[in-house]
Write a protein that binds this ligand. Structure first.
Ligand SMILES: C[S@@+](CC[C@H](N)C(=O)[O-])C[C@H]1O[C@@H](n2cnc3c(N)ncnc32)[C@H](O)[C@@H]1O
Length: 298
């Protein structure tokens, strides 16, 4: 039976709408925000994350057998109808925190995709917003979707986050939902790139969800996903690097510091706390301490 015709999926379709509208946040970093459906079951809820406008299972499979870059080119037209796009609840929480931090001039959305973070930057940066991504498909959807008239001016740049085509032009860099595409060994290079594009005192800001509690349903789901991805990458070329369990707070903090950034973190209160009192979602704020100035891209 096609998955969308399955009665459990049809019944849960409104759940997808709620995810997209940001009324619930568990489509983004599932381990952080997930709860089972009202009936206590997980399966139908997961399946219902994909609306009718989203990709078919076949399209997702073809995407997963491509490179990361080409996979996103294929997914781009339907990306905003998947749970992979950062939901508005997360974007709004980060925007609120950024607005409270002060004035920004030039913002960069790293691995911008269709521009979820660029829209946040449009509201908190006065002069310019730049989205950078290596998928031309994702960039062209972003270019069509995000308003670019007036101030701040908006630019879309094709580039690899591991070799950014900018100098130290930005006082704010944000990134949403993309760190799973980088292996732990790539973090020093990635953070060195971010450091190199920040102005002195500039900030690199991103939300990080707490990992799922051991033996919870999401713990097993993400372990299963990562294991399947490892098997796929051992057997198939080109690799598709997307792992949920590699981006760990302690290691990330250490590598940010090594890259020359001072690191603070704060709870995002919108997402609550675990029973042990730790936040379900943190905002990382990493600040560049020194360097030279350069004009942002036109
Ligand atoms: C899950 S999407 C997130 C998009 C968007 N930030 C959002 O939150 O909706 C991940 C994005 O990262 C981009 N990406 C992955 N690796 C990249 C790299 N090395 N350089 C530039 N972009 C990259 C992909 O092309 C894709 O658009």
């Amino acid at each position: 039976m096609p998955i969308l015709a399955h009665p459990d999926v049809a019944k849960n379709a409104p759940h997808f709408t709620a995810l997209r509208e940001g009324r619930i946040a568990d489509g983004w970093t599932p381990a952080t925000f997930a709860r089972p459906g009202a009936d206590g079951r997980w399966g139908p809820k997961l399946a219902a994350m994909f609306s009718r406008q989203g990709p078919t299972l076949r399209e997702l499979a073809v995407q997963a057998l491509s490179s990361v870059e080409h996979g996103y080119d294929l997914l781009a037209p339907k990306f905003d109808h998947t749970p992979f796009r950062t939901p508005d609840t997360v974007l709004d929480a980060v925007e609120g925190a950024l607005a409270a931090m002060g004035d920004f001039e030039h913002g960069l959305d790293l691995c911008c995709g269709t521009g979820a973070g660029a829209e946040v930057l449009r509201r908190v940066c006065r002069e310019s917003v730049t989205g950078v991504d290596f998928s031309t498909g994702m960039l062209s959807v972003g270019r069509r979707r995000v308003r670019s008239d007036g101030q701040p001016r908006v630019a879309w740049v094709r580039g690899d986050a591991r070799a950014l085509p900018f100098g130290p032009a930005f006082d704010l860099v944000v990134s949403f939902g993309a760190f799973g595409h980088f292996l732990p060994g790539e973090l020093p290079g990635l953070f060195a790139q971010v450091h190199s594009v920040l102005r002195p005192g500039g900030r690199f800001v991103f939300p990080v969800g707490a990992p799922p509690r051991p033996a919870s349903p999401w713990y097993w789901a993400l372990l299963g996903f990562d294991t399947a991805m490892r098997v796929r990458n051992a057997l198939w070329r080109p690799p598709f690097v997307m792992y949920y369990r590699v981006f760990r707070f302690g290691e990330v903090r250490r590598e940010l510091r090594r890259a020359g950034l001072s690191v603070e973190h704060r709870a995002l209160p919108e997402f609550g706390r675990w029973p042990d009192g730790s936040p379900r979602c943190r905002l990382i704020v990493a600040t560049r301490m020194s360097g030279t100035l350069q004009a942002p891209p036109r």
